[in-house]
Design a protein around this ligand. Structure first.
Ligand code: NAD
Length: 241
């Protein structure tokens, strides 16, 4: 693996328009479980599969159970950015990286200092009243009992998170495609590439180096110029900026 890391380091040194595309595996080293690893949420015994609970229809029909699961399993207000988030922020600061496109909803890239962060699936940090649209921070949801309701009008609050059965924000998709199409290196990291349409975005890449850094194999490994099977924080921390 070390030989591939050296190859990756040399490629990074040559590139000036790097885009990172990531998923839940980027935050496991911050203590947030992913969905599809063996200790991920999908392998825990729960009354319903997570795809069912974290869906629009479940949220509408069984709001209380949705919030029970969401608050217990998907909110990690104490989590801190790890070495991966920090290195990506440094690469952007140095002018080498143009954007982080993430499927994560935890806000850790921004917490690490990244500026151009495209959140394909929204963020737990933004929550809005479904009636009067008042904004609420994550702390309001964490401190609420049962279903969180608006302190102005009493209506239910919904997190600005894309649930299964819901569409992605078109302007975020367009910006993501533009970044990927212009990139000279695309680093795919910490994602099983199982969730569409997010995973389909990487088809817009026509640059020099396609790099995959992931613990498990992915459906795109065979197309990649460099595949590193390792922990993303450990791998990225070896990059010199
Ligand atoms: P996933 O769970 O399907 O896949 C995670 C992948 O990351 C796996 O292939 C695993 O081998 C790999 N991985 C885990 N830890 C790693 C590490 N330290 N270094 C390198 N690779 C590692 O996640 P996904 O592809 O992002 O899809 C799941 C969906 O769930 C996404 O849409 C996302 O919105 C959501 N989700 C988000 C969070 C979060 O915000 N932190 C957490 C769980 C799930």
């Amino acid at each position: 693996e070390q030989g591939k890391i050296e190859q990756f380091k040399e490629a990074v040194a040559q590139c000036n328009s790097i885009v990172f595309f990531g998923g839940a595996g980027v935050s496991t080293e911050s203590g947030i479980p992913d969905f599809r690893s063996t200790d991920g949420l999908y392998n825990q015994k729960y009354k319903y599969p997570p795809e069912t609970i974290v869906s629009h229809s479940f949220y509408m029909q069984r709001t209380e159970e949705f919030y029970e699961f969401y608050k217990d399993k998907m909110l990690f207000p104490q989590a801190q950015p790890n070495a991966a988030h920090k290195k990506l922020a440094e690469l952007e600061q140095a002018g080498k990286l143009k954007a982080v496109i993430t499927q994560n909803i935890d806000g850790l890239h921004q917490a690490a200092g990244s500026k151009e962060v495209l959140e394909l699936h929204g963020s737990v940090h933004r929550n809005y009243c479904t009636k009067c649209k008042k904004f609420f921070p994550l702390s309001y949801i964490v401190e609420s009992k049962g279903i969180p309701t608006c302190d102005e009008c009493g209506a239910i609050i919904k997190p600005d998170v894309v649930l299964y059965e819901e569409g992605l924000d078109q302007s975020i998709l367009t910006r993501s495609i533009n970044h990927i199409a212009k990139a000279d290196m695309l680093i795919i990291g910490g994602t099983s590439l199982a969730v569409y349409p997010a995973a389909g975005l990487i088809d817009y890449f026509h640059g020099k180096y396609l790099v995959v850094i992931n613990m498990a194999s992915t459906p795109r490994d065979s197309y990649a110029d460099i595949v590193i099977n390792g922990k993303i924080g450990e791998v990225l921390s070896q990059i010199e900026v």
